[in-house]
Design a protein around this ligand. Sequence first.
Ligand SMILES: Nc1ncnc2c1ncn2[C@@H]1O[C@H](COP(=O)(O)OP(=O)(O)OP(=O)(O)O)[C@@H](O)[C@H]1O
Ligand SMILES: [Mg+2]
Length: 306
Amino acid sequence: MDAIRTFKLTKRFNSLIAVNSIDLKIEQGELFSLLGPNGAGKTTTINMLCCLLKPTEGTAQIMGYDTIKEPLKVKELIGVSPQETAISEHLNSWENLALIGKIHGMSSDAVKSRSGELLEVMGLTERGKDRVGKFSGGMKRRLSTAMAMVHAPSILFLDEPTLGLDPQARRATWEHIAQLKGKKTILLTTHYMEEADFLSDKVAIIDEGRIVAEGAPGQLKANFLKTRTMLISAENITDELMYGLKGRYSQVKEVEGKLRISDKKLDFRELTDYLYLKGATVHSAALEEPTLEDVLIQLTGKEFRD
Ligand SMILES: Nc1ncnc2c1ncn2[C@@H]1O[C@H](COP(=O)(O)OP(=O)(O)OP(=O)(O)O)[C@@H](O)[C@H]1O
Ligand SMILES: [Mg+2]
């Protein structure tokens, strides 16, 4: 059985279609990332899967349970760290975690030992007894991730768990998420493409409410990036040579003293031969590895929009 299924799941807000007929199929134990620009419909999708928002059309199932007809069953199985951190500011970390544990019917002892582990993992042990209202944004984010995991749910929804985290905390969170791989089903959203690439078994790219591509990160890079890019360090690049290169290749840029050339049919040999022929001295040339960010930008068109 799949952990998460959606069937033509759709959400409209008046005339706006935030989520447009999406069919997701996420296997148990899979780490699945939903990627897309601001306003693409990621949080709205998660909110429908967590029974927080009613779909306008279509249905969703968590371990076979319908999110509309069987919300109590669904809620037993899931843990959520929402994008807008939902913590009680006047409580400390232990108390926030205990609150979630109690909601899920855990014993005090169980909550205590579990909270201790999670605070350690999230690097919050030392500040565990401080009022959460005084936490920094990143600390609140880390506590929110811990809160999603208190009752050891088998399915986790993590909506931008590393937003605003410093590099160390981000790495620690990645490591923790990576450790859960295979043991839990995780639906993650993030704007950090290296994070999605590193963690995900599968990703879906969503744009204006529609899934525009889906697959393993490597598969998407191979399928969607038809252009190749080379970084070349060379001397004697004349204006005439630049003009010639721009006529031959679709993108020619100077980046930090190097030439960055992209084209669909970029041939290493042909390019270096041309450079030599025009009097340039090539010191180094390297093929640039495509990234998931390149795929996202290629598929969703713009680098940023609201
Ligand atoms: N309660 C609401 N009422 C009206 N419109 C909404 C509501 N919630 C979301 N939207 C709209 O739905 C669209 C999708 O929003 P959503 O929050 O799902 O995007 P997102 O992919 O999570 O974006 P981000 O990366 O910025 O978090 C946006 O245009 C947003 O303005
Ligand atoms: Mg969002």
